[in-house]
Design a protein around this ligand. Structure first.
Ligand code: RP5
Length: 163
């Protein structure tokens, strides 16, 4: 199976990014986790993205806060799909990172999830890999069915209490 490369701009991003790592591991998807900043170590970030396809990655996820150029900088150096997670950061509600991540110029796409949307980033990465992996697609279907069952159980509980 292709690997997911999960890159964060700073170690301070880890508490949010860990949710994506956990979700990928729950699906049995191999993940490599790195700290690579578009601003503080641009050469290393570029090299990681440029070598990613050859090294067996199928999708990259980039999480960054503030002037969040990481996802775009990785996307500029690979034709693998790149998913951006804009993050809240100290003194920022995340809207700066959201716009920095989502507003890519034409030709270099970044699939951007919600602010702090680490779980959805992982699920989107799994969906991309599942396009060519039937076993993974079956796991996704089971995950959705479980989610539906939980919501309907909550509906029964709330309906019994209030209706
Ligand atoms: C971004 O700046 C990082 O992704 C992080 O969200 C933010 C702050 O980084 P630190 O100053 O905490 O290292 O590049």
């Amino acid at each position: 199976m292709k690997k997911v490369g999960l890159v964060m701009g700073s170690k301070s991003d880890l508490p949010t990014v860990e949710k994506a790592v956990e979700q990928l591991k729950a699906f049995g998807v191999p993940v490599t986790v790195r700290v690579l900043s578009a601003h503080r170590c641009p050469d290393e970030a570029r090299a990681f993205a440029a070598a990613a396809r050859e090294e067996g990655f199928g999708v990259l996820i980039a999480a960054a806060g503030m002037a969040a150029h990481l996802a775009g900088a990785l996307a500029a150096n690979t034709t693998l799909p790149v998913i951006g997670i804009p993050l809240r950061a100290a003194g920022s509600d995340g809207t700066d990172a959201l716009l920095s991540t989502v507003m890519m110029p034409s030709g270099i796409p970044v699939a951007t999830v919600a602010i702090d949307g680490a779980k959805n980033a992982a699920l989107l990465a799994v969906e991309i890999l599942a396009v060519s992996d039937e076993a993974l697609a079956e796991k996704l279907a089971a995950f959705r069915a479980e989610d539906t069952a939980k919501t309907l159980a909550a509906d029964r509980e709330i309906s019994a209490k209030y209706n």
